[in-house]
Design a protein around this ligand. Sequence first.
Ligand SMILES: [Zn+2]
Length: 89
Amino acid sequence: MDSWLLEFREIAKRLHDEGKLGMFSSSNKHAAYKQVDDEKVHVRYICPCGHKEEIYAILKSPYQVKCSACKALVWKSKLRKKRGPKAKA
Ligand SMILES: [Zn+2]
């Protein structure tokens, strides 16, 4: 994972220890976190096209971030549904 994205993992770890982490998500293309008392989400992404960007904005859940350079979808969060143990392939 890119060290630029790993920085967010460190921040999220610290916030978690302080009980302030509202959300954290990461993949090999993005890292994102939200503080409990903040309505905005911090997002960093590295698109396969090479574009890197940091965003700090109000995002609606499920979160969806597209590359501002090539419009590819770099992150889409999953909605958590509580409907029992239905396995999906
Ligand atoms: Zn792109």
